[in-house]
Every structure is written in C-alpha cells, then in structure tokens.
Design a protein. Structure first.
Length: 385
C-alpha cells in the first residue's frame, strides 16, 4: 500500500508529500529468499532502504504489501508496522516543529531512531548515549549479554509477566543469587521504561513487575585482613601490575571512594589534607580527608593516580591478590568501600558523618552498615562458651 502523507494547504509551503511502500527485490540468495525493501519518494528524490528481512517470493502479498503464509509472517509484519510508525513519528515531529523535512534528514533520523521491535537491539542502540560511568556501562552490557545468550525471545510483544517468570528461572539456573537476579530484572525494567518514553509500545504493565531486594550480602574486610594486603603492597616481591591495582584498592579502603571516582583522580588532587570532587555516580559534591595511611599508599607508588586501569581488570587482579594474601572472600573493588564504611563505624564514627563521606542522599542507605555492626555484635555472645 502506498501512503500519501501531507498536512494541508496551509502547510504546503513547508511540507512536500511523502510516498512510501514496501516491496520485495527480485534477487534471491542461495536459500531462495529475497530482501524486503522500503521505497521512499520525497521532494523529487527517491531512496530504497533495506529492512534486513528476507522471505521467499511466494510469501509476499504484492497487493497488501505484507508477508503471508509462513512462520515468520506475524513477526515480520509487526516489524514493517513498527517501521511505518517510525516514519510517521519523524513526519509528525517535523510538522510540530514547523521545519521542512528533506530526504537526507529523513534517512538520518530513520537510521538513528532506536530500534522499536527488540529490547536487546534497543539497549545496544542507546547504551552509549547514557550518562553512566564506565563500570555501570560494563555492568549493563553484562546483563544484556546474558539476555542475548539466553535465546529467550526479547521482542517487545514477547515481554509480558510470564516472560519475566521464565527469565528469572533462567538466571537462577545460571547460578545467580536472588540479589543478582533482582538486579537484572531492575535494569531490564529501566530500559523498558526508556523504550516507552521513546514512543515504543510496551505490552506489559511494568508496575506489576516486582523486582525484590537487590542488596545482596555485604562483603567487607576486617582490619587484620586489610593489614595483610598492606604488607603485600609494601613488600619487595609484589609485581608492578598487581601493586598498582592494590594501591587503588587500599586507597579506597581508607576513603570509601567508588572505583569510578578513584579513576578520575590525579596526584595533584592530594597536595592538601582534604580534596573536593563531584561524584561520577551521584553528581554530588563531596569532601574527603587524606590521612597518614592514604599518604603512605600514594607516596609508595609514583605511578598511582597517573597510570589508570579499567575496572574489570582491577577486579580480576584484586581477587588474585586476595588469594595470595590468604583471604578467603569473594571480593571486588567495591569491597573496599564496604570495608571503609564498616570499619569506620566499628571505630566509633558517627553514621551521620559516614553518610556524608559516602555521598549517600538517604540515611537509610548508610544504615545497612549499622546493621552489619549489630550482626557482628550478636555473634559475640559466644565469648561465654
């Protein structure tokens, strides 16, 4: 079907009629399938755009311009319909802004519009445009790689309440704990809401999708465990590549900084006894003191805060260092932040001050470390045994 789109005589000077239709190109591949193209005419110009869909010629209805009598018919016709919706959205956007639409502008917007059929494709399109730290981007990519590898259909029409139940089961079979599963669901919900905000039809009420707690068991290091890592850091046999990662980790053990904020720092930031910065994650202003422990860590390695590393490499090396030091905990760089907070409270620091040092907007976020102290205290009843 050829669509004629125009916006009345009053706007004729701004808008030329656009004609478009889908057609099958008569050049089949080895499997006997031919590509479906979009044909567009605008302002005397013509463009043919591949839809990346291929079918056998017998499954194409030339009159209705749709796929028929094959297993892919419903899915392919939905994709073509979504493509039509994108075209309409582009035209309406220009109409409302009272700007003429040229062929070059149309092709650019059609190409760069977020995919409106599949969630994974939508994510891959928008992830680099998000104002996120490198570590968060890596985390989100890992979550969507799991979805991609699951082979569970991720087209927007497929995603309903039963889909979430099925995907939860898949994640549990992978060995993910409840907190990790819930985090995956939470991030998927985030990008579904983003897709909806971009005008993509979502087929599930996201308010009905319950996430659950994403706060897994907090892993932290006691003072004696941190001391073991310090001894290794100051030793003569620690390899340089491990020494650098360990230096950043120990610095965080005494400041509570996230890895994203640590990697933003330079040595000149630490000339005074305190330094001020804007947190990458929260965008909040924070002030952190540089104590004697931090000063010694910085001074012992001239490459610290000059040579930077990706979080994924640091995390891998921190696990290696923990094994060398005989620490039998599954730690990551974030363990340093947990260790700082927990040991700060054990030594008598006030929770209100800790909230400021960690850059938490809500005191309840900081209170989880108080609960750790309470649990530790409960375990001391065995001193009577």
């Amino acid at each position: 079907m050829i669509e004629n789109i125009s916006f009345g005589k009053d706007a004729a000077y701004l808008y030329a009629a656009m004609n478009y239709n889908f057609f099958i190109k008569k050049e089949s591949d080895k499997s006997g399938k031919s590509p479906i193209y979009l044909n567009v005419r605008l302002n005397g110009k013509r463009a043919r755009i591949s839809t990346l869909l291929k079918i056998e010629e017998k499954h194409w209805d030339k009159e209705k311009k749709k796929v028929i009598k094959c297993d892919e018919a419903d899915d392919y016709n939905l994709i073509l319909k979504q493509l039509e919706n994108r075209i309409t959205n582009i035209i309406v956007k220009h109409r409302l802004s009272e700007t003429p639409l040229t062929m070059d502008m149309f092709l650019n917007q059609l190409k760069n519009a977020p995919p409106s059929y599949d969630l994974v494709q939508f994510f891959e399109h928008v992830i680099q445009d998000q104002d996120l730290s490198e570590s968060t981007i890596i985390k989100h990519k890992g979550i969507f790689n799991k979805l991609k590898n699951s082979k569970i259909p991720s087209s927007f029409p497929d995603i309903n309440l039963l889909w979430f139940d099925k995907y939860r089961s898949y994640l549990k079979k992978l060995g993910n704990n409840s907190a990790t599963v819930n985090t995956n669901i939470s991030i998927i919900k985030k990008y579904l809401r983003m897709a909806k905000a971009n005008g993509i039809k979502i087929y599930v009420n996201l308010d009905w999708v319950k996430v659950g707690s994403t706060g897994g068991r907090i892993i932290w290091l006691k003072e004696e465990e941190i001391k073991k890592m310090e001894e290794y850091y100051y030793s003569s046999f620690v390899p340089e590549h491990l020494k650098l990662s360990l230096g950043y980790f120990l610095f965080s053990c005494y400041t509570g900084l996230r890895i994203s904020d640590v990697m933003e720092r330079n040595r000149d930031d630490f000339n005074a006894d305190t330094f001020e910065f804007i947190s990458i994650k929260t965008k909040m202003r924070q002030i952190i003191g540089i104590g004697q422990k931090c000063r010694q860590i910085i001074d012992n390695n001239p490459m610290l805060f000059i040579a930077k590393k990706a979080g994924v490499h640091i995390n891998k090396q921190i696990k290696e260092i923990a094994k060398i030091c005989g620490i039998k905990k599954n730690i990551s760089f974030h363990t340093a932040r947990h260790s700082f907070a927990t040991n700060y409270l054990i030594k008598g620091g006030k929770v209100e001050n800790l909230q400021k040092l960690l850059g938490h907007t809500k005191i309840m976020t900081t209170m989880k470390y108080v609960h750790i102290i309470d649990e530790e205290a409960a375990l001391t009843t065995n001193i009577f045994d």
